[in-house]
Design a protein around this ligand. Structure first.
Ligand SMILES: [Zn+2]
Length: 179
């Protein structure tokens, strides 16, 4: 009987927008929030995106840059957390390939394969907090920006070709010297 923003205000989640990041939950009124959604605090925190102050800005998109056509057809307006992550290539719910706003035509299978390997490398680097590898990813993105073949946000770009190129570069960067 009230707007999402009003409800968020009541639960101590700030006014004006729905919380997405872990930091948005800092002021949460946990007793009310847990009772309202019938979930313990750690489960609610696990549903939030990691804060994007530092490195993670490169692999957590601030926008819904991709989606699952099959899941959205079944549930319009559905948005899932893992769709925001740079390494997500397929839907964890149904296994369908995720789609972006600007799909690339005639992607060479070699590029697609290299991008998948890059996505795996990035995912494991973040999961294990492999700082040396993450610095390398960062350096690779900067190098691509300097060479004007990519930009710092390419890993979560809605332009499929741009994103595949960036992921492929990440894959190459973890096995070969950047130079
Ligand atoms: Zn799906």
């Amino acid at each position: 009987h009230c707007s999402a923003e009003e409800l968020c205000g009541y639960l101590g989640l700030g006014q004006g927008r729905v919380p997405e990041y872990a930091g948005d939950l800092q002021g949460a009124t946990w007793a009310l929030l847990c009772r309202a959604v019938q979930r313990p605090a750690h489960e609610i925190l696990a549903m939030a995106l990691p804060d994007t102050k530092h490195q993670s800005a490169r692999w957590v998109s601030p926008h819904d840059f991709q989606y699952c056509p099959r899941c959205v057809e079944k549930t319009p307006d559905l948005v899932l957390r893992h769709w925001r992550l740079a390494w997500s290539m397929t839907c964890e719910t149904c296994g369908q390939a995720l789609a972006t706003k600007y799909p690339a035509k005639d992607v060479p299978s070699g590029l697609h394969g290299r991008a998948l390997r890059g996505a795996e490398a990035l995912k494991s680097a973040v999961a294990t907090n492999n700082l040396a590898r993450l610095r390398r990813v960062d350096l690779t993105m900067h190098l691509m920006a300097v060479l004007e073949i990519g930009n710092l946000r390419a890993l979560t770009s809605g332009n499929e070709r741009e994103r595949l190129m960036a992921l492929a570069a990440v894959g190459v960067s973890v096995t070969r010297p950047v130079a």
